[in-house]
Design a protein around this ligand. Structure first.
Ligand code: PRP
Ligand code: URA
Length: 209
């Protein structure tokens, strides 16, 4: 079964609480999401493989370690996942970015896929799928199905807020995908929104409501 990492760092907890506040405006919401993504990215990238390289310092020749080969691809689930990309790119500027378009039908809460474009060498990279909200898990499961269908084997999922229902569904569907969560919430409501959550992440990032 996959690993589930729930962050308990006070900086992350503090920033998530500000994001939950309905009076937090889109500009601040976006900034906080980017900051949290960077902080989470530090941990998500902890096990990236290193390789020996020969370099010459001003003092002598030496063997040191650097990231091995092609390292990371970031794949946001559109729209809201876009808000988590820049934080990871700040840490790993050479990461490539793919996109998966997927929205929840408002009546059925079922995910509908509308776009998929991955880096050409995606199967050689560790792919970090990002989306602020893991509610029923339907969107994440569908996105990861598409990514696996392109031959990618090494996948992690990173979100801001998760419901226990979504974590369970994602673990059952993709037991090989580790899940990184800034805050684990109580449950889903009758509209499949996370409680207490932060509302509709896409609308809050892009000011569309
Ligand atoms: C939100 C969120 C996730 C999905 C989570 O996107 O960003 O992608 O819902 O819900 P699930 O776990 O039940 O699938 P939404 O469908 O609102 O699309 P948007 O990002 O375009 O607003
Ligand atoms: N999507 C969101 O944006 N928020 C939720 O609470 C659930 C799904």
């Amino acid at each position: 079964m996959s690993k589930v990492v729930i962050f308990d760092h006070p900086l992350i907890t503090h920033k998530v609480s500000i994001m939950r506040d309905k009076n937090t405006v889109s500009k601040d919401f976006r900034q906080l999401l980017q900051e949290i993504s960077l902080l989470m990215g530090y941990e998500v990238t902890r096990d990236l493989p290193l390789t020996d390289v020969e370099i010459e310092t001003p003092i002598c020749k030496t063997t040191q370690k650097m990231l091995a080969g092609r390292s990371i691809g970031v794949v946001p689930i559109l729209r809201a996942g876009l808000g988590m990309v820049d934080g990871i790119l700040t840490l790993v500027p050479t990461a490539k970015v793919g996109h998966i378009g997927c929205y929840r039908d408002h009546k059925t809460a079922q995910p509908v896929e509308y776009y998929c474009k991955l880096p050409a060498d995606a199967e050689e990279r560790e792919i970090i799928v990002v989306d602020p909200m893991l509610a029923t898990g339907g969107s994440a499961i569908m996105a990861i199905n598409f990514i696996k269908a392109k031959g990618v084997k090494n996948i992690k999922f990173m979100c801001l807020i998760a419901a226990p229902e979504g974590v369970k569904a994602l673990q059952e569907a993709h037991p090989d995908v580790d899940i990184y969560i800034a805050a684990m919430d109580e449950r889903l409501n009758e509209n499949k929104y996370i409680v207490p959550g932060l509302g509709d992440a896409g609308d809050r990032i892009f000011g569309t409501k």
